[in-house]
Ligand binder design. Structure first.
Ligand code: ZN
Length: 320
């Protein structure tokens, strides 16, 4: 049995067991970028398996939730109920929390303002409670797509943007309509990334800018912590994005990556206490097989990877 599945059976691992053992993922998939069925196992969490494609190197989850399971999962109130591994509840309506998020998104906001002329059009896919759209000047015409009805309504109210409620899969805009399209933490959730990205790119003007922020599953923490990397979530993170897989995907869509940022230094996450925790948690993670054997089972906050440089990446790309 894998070390993660052993950990899930301990009292400390109950949180993971509640998440990953109560349901069986309903579908097997081939590589979500190139379609190849040839893959090697990276690690497993319950019945969910993270795989690496032998043909294109893409990392993805299979078996994974099917449509019905995903719908049920997303219908839970993820905006108000979600707590992080340290037990902190994040309220996306709290002004301090919003200011912090806005500051973490400063590259996205700066690039958008720089590249969008007055009267230009911006689309935020997965706009949540409107933190990004709210930060843009009134001279920009704002649009959004948001799955949660409640969050869509909130964003409409505070930004005056044209928000469509629903999945990006069902979205429709004219070809070449937007100057800038932003997608923050959306791409890793996509079931069929090539199909969706192709559609989104068609909405961009020639030379239009695509901004994508995603977890990086090729980061130092992803490699060292594996299943205990804090951005692993096999129920909803289906495409385990890396700089190489994004480049592979966007290249095929006629979009050229111009810059990749790894926001960390200068953000609220960059703290000495967290860097110290990284070191101690890393030692526990490496020694976990031994710790389990001698029954010294670490609690999740003392085992999970803290925020660190490289975990998150923001890609600035331009349509050819
Ligand atoms: Zn592949």
């Amino acid at each position: 049995m894998s070390v993660f599945n052993k950990y899930m059976q301990t009292s400390q691992g109950k949180l993971f067991a509640d998440k990953y053992c109560n349901v069986t993922p309903g579908e097997n998939v081939s590589c979500i970028l190139c379609g190849s069925p040839q893959a090697k196992e990276w690690y497993r969490m319950g019945d969910f398996i993270s795989k690496i494609c032998r043909r294109c190197g893409c990392r993805y989850v299979s078996p994974r939730f099917n449509d019905a399971q995903l719908d049920a999962h997303y219908s839970e109130d993820l905006f108000t109920k979600s707590k992080d591994y340290e037990g902190v509840r994040h309220n996306m309506l709290d002004e301090n929390e919003r200011a912090r998020k806005r500051s973490d998104m400063k590259e996205e906001i700066r690039t958008t303002i720089e590249r969008c002329p007055d009267g230009g059009k911006v689309l935020d896919i997965g706009c949540q409670t409107g933190i990004y759209l709210q930060a843009l000047p009134a001279s920009i015409e704002k649009y959004g797509i948001e799955r949660s009805r409640w969050a869509a309504e909130h964003t409409r109210k505070i930004t005056g943007a044209g928000i469509r409620t629903g999945k990006v899969e069902d979205g429709y805009f004219e070809q070449g309509f937007f100057d800038v399209i932003n997608m923050s933490y959306v791409v890793e959730h996509l079931q069929h990334p090539p199909v969706i990205i192709k559609k989104i790119v068609s909405w961009l003007k020639p030379q239009g800018t695509l901004i994508i922020s995603v977890p990086n599953f090729d980061s130092f923490c992803a490699k060292v912590f594996r299943e205990f990397y804090r951005l692993v979530e096999p129920r909803q993170h289906l495409f385990l994005t890396t700089p190489a897989s994004l480049r592979y995907l966007l290249d095929q869509m006629g979009v050229k990556i111009e810059k990749i940022y790894y926001p960390y230094f200068g953000t609220s996450y960059c703290r000495f206490s967290e860097q110290f925790r990284l070191l101690t948690n890393m030692i526990r993670r490496i020694c976990l097989p031994v710790l389990l054997k001698i029954n010294k089972v670490p609690e999740i906050p003392r085992l999970i990877s803290p925020a660190f440089y490289g975990n998150i990446m923001t890609v600035i790309a331009r349509k050819r």
